[in-house]
Write a protein that binds this ligand. Structure first.
Ligand SMILES: Nc1ncnc2c1ncn2[C@@H]1O[C@H](COP(=O)(O)OP(=O)(O)OP(=O)(O)O)[C@@H](O)[C@H]1O
Ligand SMILES: [Mg+2]
Length: 106
């Protein structure tokens, strides 16, 4: 089962995603959570302490091969998880797409 949560800013997307991920993992499901937000905070909702957040590995662009036919992963999901994921409490595996590098203007 794949679930994508999108919607208006501040409407509870991260809270609902984190809670669902933790409940599903607690009930024995294998859960891979992917935080695609450019200002990620799903880790916090999943129970990862704030001081570990800046150490979280992020996904790199070279994981995607772009061809005229489309895009595909350059590695298997297992290979990506082995190097780019962290385990959160309750057994959720988390992949983070990006960290903010610096504050922008405006
Ligand atoms: N059911 C709820 N009842 C009360 N407050 C809630 C509820 N769900 C989320 N919140 C609070 O609302 C705020 C926004 O929630 P959250 O960060 O999950 O939203 P979001 O859609 O992920 O926001 P963003 O668009 O900024 O990523 C947070 O302070 C959160 O604690
Ligand atoms: Mg959010």
């Amino acid at each position: 089962m794949k679930l994508a949560v999108a919607g208006k800013g501040g409407s509870g997307k991260t809270s609902i995603s984190g809670t669902m991920a933790r409940l599903l993992a607690r009930s024995g499901h294998r859960v891979l959570a992917i935080d695609g937000d450019s200002n990620p905070n799903l880790a916090l909702t999943l129970g990862i302490p704030p001081e570990q957040m800046s150490d979280l590995p992020t996904l790199t662009r070279d994981l995607l091969d772009r061809t005229p036919e489309g895009a595909r992963l350059a590695k298997t999901l297992e290979e990506i998880c082995a190097t780019h994921s962290v385990k959160a409490p309750d057994g959720v595996t988390l992949l983070v797409m990006a960290h903010p590098q610096h504050a922008g203007a405006g």
